[in-house]
Write a protein that binds this ligand. Structure first.
Ligand code: UDP
Length: 249
């Protein structure tokens, strides 16, 4: 079936997308009673990418429960404890996502650096290679299994391990700006920037470790609004407002 797969153009390097990594922030999992609408929407958007013939890896965040960095100097909860809770939060979010995708007929598997029950496989290159060869959707939970990292950094590792052509980050802004557009009316939209520029200007869309690793591993990052209908495939096809971080302009 592989030859029947429709491949999309990757405008930056004139190559075709075969697999993309989608980063899903924990905020989307803030379940409000039985309102699963944000997750339903994101799963529909993921399904549209898969239906277009592009394989998908997903890294799930846990910020809806906790972000460890906020506990750096906390007297009651240690940073390492907060990070452990954050990693477990990504597991809970990931198994919600798996259910939603399985219900839509998506052949997906969860992998984790942590040893976990619930039919979650161990994250290593052999397992990932097997899942890639089967064209399965790979959901990465549990972060890197150690504290002091964010799931943005995990996205870069996951994109590299699972041979993704790009990282797609749906955001609460419609791209990258020179300052927070929610706070500054004169914030300037940045359509294409280098990793160096993002690091030097301390742009907050990802943390510095993630940008440094993306630079070293040369993984382009697409940033766009999570509220755009069909955001992932439309970002790939250059049909929505989107910022791209890469090695060259
Ligand atoms: N985390 C960690 N190690 C990792 C990945 C995540 O300790 O390799 C913890 C960290 O505390 C982080 C939390 O898990 O803040 C949740 O992840 P993140 O903040 O990246 O989630 P998001 O902002 O994407 O919802």
């Amino acid at each position: 079936m592989a030859e029947l797969r429709h491949r999309r153009k990757f405008e930056l390097f004139d190559m075709q997308f075969k697999r993309v990594l989608i980063k899903i922030s924990g905020e989307l999992f803030s379940l409000n009673g039985s309102n699963n609408e944000p997750i339903n929407q994101i799963c529909t958007n993921i399904l549209n990418v898969i239906s277009s013939g592009i394989d998908v890896s997903i890294v799930v965040g846990g910020g809806n429960i906790i972000r460890g960095s906020r506990f750096q100097n906390n007297n009651s909860i240690r940073r390492e404890t907060a990070d452990s809770i954050g990693m477990l939060a990504t597991v809970m979010n990931g198994i919600i996502l798996r259910d939603n995708l399985l219900n839509r007929g998506v052949d997906c598997a969860i992998v984790s650096a942590l040893d976990l029950p619930f039919n979650i496989r161990k994250l290593n290159s052999f397992v990932i290679e097997e899942l890639i060869s089967q064209h399965r959707t790979i959901i990465i939970v549990g972060g890197l299994g150690v504290p002091y990292f964010s799931t943005d950094t995990v996205s870069v590792v996951g994109a590299t391990l699972s041979c993704c052509d790009a990282i797609l980050k749906a955001s609460n802004t419609d791209g990258i700006y020179d300052k927070d557009p929610h706070k500054h009316a004169d914030a300037v939209f940045l359509e294409k920037i280098t990793y160096e520029f993002a690091i030097q200007h301390n742009l907050q869309v990802m943390d510095e470790t993630a940008f440094l690793l993306a630079r070293n591993l040369n993984k382009p990052i697409y940033v766009f609004s999570s509220t755009e209908p069909n955001c992932f495939i439309r970002a790939i096809n250059n049909e929505i407002k989107c910022s791209i971080v890469s090695a060259k302009l």
